[in-house]
Design a protein around this ligand. Structure first.
Ligand SMILES: [Fe+2]
Length: 224
């Protein structure tokens, strides 16, 4: 795989949604991250009940952040709205809004993370990579699980074996909205999109629906 993205730190933490509920959750999350540095399974275990409590709360996510995005870089009108980003870009929280029956590409995240359903239902197909990665542009995946996820449910991301998936909204009228808590700046880094039928892989950068392309390009110190 060609890219490791190196990102400049930001001038300060960025809050795109400023609510007491989110501020409290971020403070707790930072404490947990720093006390479980060497074991990300512990990070996820400690974080999950606090995240479950946040998902149960109402009215902290403004409606704008639960809307699809017609100009989506992920296709299908899928919105990826940044809610919070830490100065070091080692913690981001964003919403992913998938219109009814839309499906994400098969993709990875390259970080630990928790995803919780805030609204609606999704089908998640989890894959595992089974080739050596030596052939440029080629990747063999096998399906390791298909999961039905409903409002309030949480699932984990933990590379390398729990990192590749696609997600489809199984709602009929309203979008499925999930909240992502990620240990990297997922929308800004180069990561991977897979085509399991063709056995191919390509690099992609999803961006965020509420961050301009210009700003995203300027945020890269270098790509190596
Ligand atoms: Fe994902």
């Amino acid at each position: 795989m060609p890219h490791t993205t190196v990102l400049e730190p930001l001038e300060a933490d960025q809050w795109f949604v400023d609510s007491p509920e989110l501020r409290e959750f971020v403070a707790i999350t930072k404490e947990i991250i720093s006390s479980t540095t060497h074991n990300r399974t512990q990070t996820l275990n400690a974080l999950e009940p606090h995240f479950a409590a946040l998902l149960k709360k109402e009215n902290w996510l403004p409606k704008h952040f639960a809307q699809p995005n017609p100009d989506s870089s992920l296709g299908g009108g899928i919105g990826q709205w940044l809610l919070y980003r830490s100065q070091e870009r080692s913690l981001t929280i964003f919403s992913l809004v998938i219109p009814p029956h839309a499906i994400t590409p098969v993709h990875d995240h390259l970080s630990w993370g928790l995803v919780g359903l805030y609204q609606g239902k999704q089908e998640e197909i989890v894959y595992r990579r089974v080739d050596s990665g030596e052939l440029e542009g080629r990747a063999q995946l096998e399906i390791v699980g298909v999961y039905q996820v409903k409002t309030g449910d949480i699932y984990r991301l933990l590379p390398p074996d729990e990192d590749i998936h696609s997600v489809e909204a199984t709602t009929v009228f309203a979008p499925a909205v999930s909240i992502h808590v990620m240990g990297n700046d997922t929308g800004s880094i180069w990561r991977h999109q897979y085509n399991p039928e063709q056995g191919s892989v390509r690099s992609f950068r999803s961006g965020y629906s509420n961050i301009s392309v210009k700003e995203q390009k300027e945020s890269h110190a270098k790509i190596r």
